[in-house]
Ligand binder design. Structure first.
Ligand code: ARG
Length: 420
């Protein structure tokens, strides 16, 4: 029988998106095709297609986009130094625009009338999905069932699933909401909603507790080429493999656990736990290399723009002209970010051990305090005289308030000029 419309659904295989398939079929008299993006998550995606079809989907596909995710999303963010609120490497935030892209591609290929996603009405992900879809396919209709359906609890969804023979068994046991890909794991809900509660051991998925990590440190050397990691321990490695490997090594040392109260785009503060061993190590090592090879002014401006870059990712503006423009700046800076960084992993921490680069701007003869010193000490006198001139002049003009300003007392008349 001919259906009213065709909807492409971003499908994870979890409870929400499973219930969504059936719900959309009923509510919109629709034919459903599902798209599941593999972004390098550890959780096996075998059986996802069958599950979608068993639930009622007319067509189901799993797309392995891990390589694209790393090359086109993760590495640009790494090069930019993008950490949201100086802490979160944004595995989830970076994954959404790519999943939106896969969804749009499937919708076009299958001539779908609309796309649907399983994001809630109070999170960032709905924004990332819909803004990305709008940027890629402005004419495409988007349906967000979780914002409009009648279910008010997990229990009601499970009830609905049972009634409609939707296979859910493996998905309803965890008390946490978990999102995962190669760049990291995001964990929230349950007891984690209290920011004062230390995350219980079972909330962590891919790292050991620092106290259970080995008693001997492990050294890892990472070689970068133009801001991108290419070798681990001297061994050339394909990007996906390199990140998987670093996740294992870092995870075994308890590295990359982040316990964060963050500012969501939708105006609320939320508490989330992240595990991102490779991202933590790579961001750290990459910045250490930049300290060595970037010009001072470039390094300073870049760290400011890193926050802008992080904000745009977090806020769902990946497919924006601002991102392209910032990429232009970032890529220009990465021309000399080539070299090797050695880090020490130990009980949850990543510590710099050493760095070297053929583009190093560190000059031993300028820096040394030995007889090899070539720095012109006599030139400093004139430099200081002129560099300090504005402050000297200011004090001469504002003499009367001078004693107040150096102490802790109230600043009476700081702007009042001295009486002649
Ligand atoms: N707070 C993170 C972000 O906005 C992750 C959101 C998804 N988290 C989850 N546990 N399902 O990017």
């Amino acid at each position: 029988m001919k259906k009213n419309m065709r909807i492409a659904v971003a499908y994870s295989g979890g409870l929400d998106t499973s219930v969504m398939i059936k719900w959309l079929m009923e509510k919109y008299d629709a034919e459903i095709i599902t798209v599941t993006g593999n972004l390098g998550q550890k959780k096996e995606l075998v059986g996802v297609e069958e599950k979608a079809k068993k639930t009622g989907a007319f067509k189901a596909s799993v797309v392995d986009a891990t390589k694209e995710f790393v090359a086109e999303f993760v590495f640009p963010a790494l090069k930019a130094g993008a950490l949201y609120e100086n802490a979160y490497p944004m595995a989830t935030s970076l994954g959404r625009p790519l999943l939106a892209k896969l969804l749009v591609e499937a919708a076009h290929k299958e001539n779908a009338d609309a796309v649907a996603h399983g994001c809630t009405g109070k999170g960032n992900d709905q924004v990332r999905f819909e803004v990305s879809i709008a940027a890629l396919a402005p004419e495409l209709r988007v349906i967000a069932p979780l914002r409009e359906w009648e279910f008010t609890s997990r229990e009601e969804e499970i009830e609905y699933a049972k009634k409609h023979n939707i296979p859910i068994a493996a998905t309803v046991s965890s008390p946490y909401s978990i999102d995962e890909n190669i760049w990291g794991t995001s964990i929230e809900c349950g007891v984690l909603e209290d920011p004062m509660v230390e995350p219980p051991a079972d909330s962590y998925q891919r790292t050991v507790a620092p106290e259970d990590a080995p008693d001997t440190p492990e050294y890892v050397s990472i070689e970068f080429e133009k801001g991108i990691p290419v070798r681990l321990g001297g061994k050339q490695m394909e990007s996906v493999e390199l990140i998987h490997r670093l996740n294992e090594i870092g995870g075994a040392h308890g590295v990359g656990r982040i316990n964060l109260v963050e500012n969501r785009l939708v105006g609320i503060k939320s508490r989330e736990i992240y595990e991102a061993p490779a991202a933590t190590i790579l961001h750290f090592a990459h910045t250490e290399l930049e300290r060595l090879t970037l010009d001072k002014a470039v390094f300073h401006l870049k760290s400011q723009l890193a926050q802008e870059y992080a904000n745009l990712i977090y806020n769902g503006l990946w497919f924006s002209p601002l991102r392209s423009a910032l990429d232009g700046f970032v890529n220009e800076t990465q021309k000399t970010v080539t070299g090797t960084v050695k880090v020490k992993l130990f009980k949850g921490s990543v510590i710099i051990a050493g760095r070297t680069s053929k583009y190093s701007l560190y000059s031993p003869t300028l820096a040394t305090y030995t007889k090899d010193d070539t720095f012109d000490h006599t030139a400093s006198a004139g430099f200081i005289k002129i560099f300090g001139l504005p402050l000297k002049t200011y004090r001469q003009v504002n003499r009367s308030s001078g004693k107040n300003r150096t102490g802790n007392g109230a600043h009476k008349s700081t702007h009042e000029p001295s009486k002649p």
